[in-house]
Design a protein around this ligand. Structure first.
Ligand code: ZN
Length: 132
C-alpha cells in the first residue's frame, strides 16, 4: 500500500525535487477539505524546484503585498462602515468586511517554504513539510 510519495513543484506542476513547502493552516485546510469532502487526498509532497525558485520568490512577494493591500482596504471600509453606522451591527459588519476582503488575497495563495533559505536542500525530506 505504501506507494512511493511523489514530489510536485507548486509553480510548474511537474514532478520535481526541490525545497519543501512549509505546512501551514491554509494547506492543512485544503488537505482537510480534500480528505473529508472530495476524498482525493493524494499525499503528494509539495516543493518549489530550482528552476522555479525565482518565479516563486516573485509570486510570494506579490501575494504578500496583495495580502497587505486587501487588509488595508478592509480596514478602511470597516472604519467607514462603523463611522457611518455608529451601531453594534455596523461594527460586526465592519469586521466581516475586513475578513471578507482579506480572504480575497488567498485566491492567489503562495505558501512559505519550509527552510526559508536558498534552494540548497534538494532531495531531503524535511519534517513538517506539506503533503497534499
Ligand atoms: Zn518547478
Amino acid at each position: 500500500m505504501a506507494a512511493k510519495q511523489k514530489t510536485f513543484c507548486i509553480i510548474c506542476g511537474k514532478e520535481r525535487n526541490g525545497i519543501g513547502v512549509k505546512n501551514d493552516r491554509v494547506l492543512e485546510g485544503i488537505r482537510w477539505f480534500k480528505r473529508s469532502v472530495t476524498h482525493n487526498e493524494s499525499g503528494n509532497r509539495l516543493v518549489v524546484c530550482k528552476e522555479c525558485y525565482e518565479t516563486y520568490k516573485k509570486s510570494k512577494k506579490r501575494f504578500d503585498s496583495r495580502k497587505k493591500l486587501y487588509l488595508v482596504l478592509g480596514i478602511i471600509f470597516a472604519v467607514l462602515i462603523i463611522v457611518v453606522g455608529k451601531s453594534v451591527a455596523s461594527i460586526l459588519f465592519g469586521i466581516v468586511m475586513v475578513l471578507f476582503l482579506y480572504s480575497f488575497a488567498f485566491f492567489s495563495y503562495v505558501p512559505e517554504l519550509a527552510l526559508g533559505a536558498g534552494p540548497k536542500q534538494d532531495n531531503k525530506t524535511v519534517a513538517g513539510t506539506a503533503h497534499i
